[in-house]
Write a protein that binds this ligand. Structure first.
Ligand SMILES: Cc1ncc(COP(=O)(O)O)c(C=O)c1O
Length: 374
């Protein structure tokens, strides 16, 4: 079946055309520039395929395992380099789900799994995170939602869009639930490394034979334009199935993405970049938190991890109408309405963009729009 557009993407398409003057909602760290990498690049680098492995550059796959804490738990052959976490999710979902299968997903959550599952003709079963429960994933509900037809459970950890975080014991419980029915457990961890109140969640690929971890250099490192991410899974057939689907889509990785990502994930460089991302993200988060607290009628559960959270609008304001109002004159400010995540009373607030982002400008405009709302 045809893949249909989701509200979130529809909104992004429309607002790019509207040329906003401010953005409240940067969802990735400040982005480096190409010049930051030139000293480490070889001018004689061939622009052919990497010529070494269809799974991606071996040294890059080693770095991927290291940053995920999977050395000794997984092997480089379990890693497939992909065009972002988006392609990694795509390959896994398209190859593992069949029409009539069930997939259990979280809401609010990243919409990709639902969009693809519907196109496949699979049944989507949603488990609701509640704001009253600080957006925690209700594992009891999830256990009830899973059954013999469940082929896959898909979640984000840290969660997009609430910033909730599952720790070791919750992940172990999730594995137990998935294992009980033999389901694949796909955990998208694009925001990993940006935990504000606890350790990084464990990567599921090291915990479960049917665990699939997806991630990328897009968020914490701000390298979204490289289109470089990964899928990690200890099941060799699953990784091969992903390679086969990719062969029939984009065939191979883009070499510049692989080469620059390999430099970016070298241990010393990665540690420095993460320190910067964490300190800048934490500063923006503190600013946002203070701002939210100062707004009449606006509230949020500050993200425990990652660069986005959901703000609850004052009673009676619809997020779509408000996002449209905010995008118009004189505010000309972009944010994602909660409707993109089935939360029409919320807006998505982002603290990405690093130290260079002019968060105050967007927040001033947002505060004014809230005051002016008819
Ligand atoms: C949860 C989640 N998964 C995947 C993606 C896609 O990221 P990438 O640039 O790695 O493809 C995003 C991007 O916003 C995301 O938030």
């Amino acid at each position: 079946m045809k893949v249909k557009i989701h509200r979130l993407f529809q909104h992004l398409l429309e607002t790019v055309d509207a040329a906003p003057q401010a953005i409240v909602g940067f969802s990735l760290s400040g982005s480096p520039v190409l010049g930051d990498y030139l000293d480490d690049l070889d001018p004689n680098q061939s622009l052919d395929w990497n010529g070494r492995d269809f799974r991606g550059l071996p040294e890059l796959r080693d770095h991927v395992l290291r940053q995920a804490g999977l050395i000794g738990l997984c092997d480089a052959k379990d890693v497939l380099i992909t065009a972002g976490a988006a392609e990694a999710n795509y390959l896994a979902i398209m190859q593992l789900l069949q029409p009539g299968d069930e997939i259990v997903i979280e809401t609010p959550g990243w919409p990709q799994a639902e969009v693809l599952a519907k196109a496949i003709g699979a049944k989507v079963v949603k488990v609701e995170r509640q704001e009253a429960d600080a957006w925690a994933l209700p594992l009891d509900d999830l256990a009830k939602a899973v059954g013999p037809k469940t082929k896959m459970i898909f979640i984000t950890n840290p969660n997009n869009p609430t910033g909730d975080l599952l720790g070791q014991s919750e992940m172990a419980e999730l594995v137990r639930i998935a294992d009980g029915v033999g389901a694949w457990l796909l955990v998208d961890e694009v925001y990993a490394g940006l935990e504000w109140d606890g350790p990084r969640g464990p990567s599921v690929a090291g915990m479960y034979a049917r665990g699939i971890t997806t991630g990328s250099v897009s968020k914490a490192l701000g390298l979204q334009g490289l289109r470089t991410g990964w899928l990690i899974c200890p099941d060799a057939q699953m990784v091969m199935d992903a390679v086969i689907l990719r062969e029939n889509a984009s065939e191979i990785m883009n070499i510049m993405g692989e080469v620059i990502a390999e430099v970016a994930l070298r241990p010393a460089r990665y540690a420095m970049a993460m320190e910067k991302a964490r300190s800048e993200g934490a500063a923006n988060l503190a600013q946002m938190d203070a701002w939210v607290k100062a707004q009449e009628g606006l509230s949020w559960i500050a993200p425990r991890a990652g660069l986005i959270g959901l703000g609850r609008l004052p009673q009676g304001i619809d997020s779509d109408a408000f996002a449209k109002f905010l995008l118009g004159d004189p505010y000309r400010t972009f944010l994602l309405p909660g409707s993109a995540y089935d939360q029409p009373g919320h807006i998505r607030l982002g603290v990405g963009g690093g130290a260079g982002v002019n968060l105050s400008d967007g927040l001033d405009r947002l505060a004014q729009a809230l005051r002016d709302w008819p």
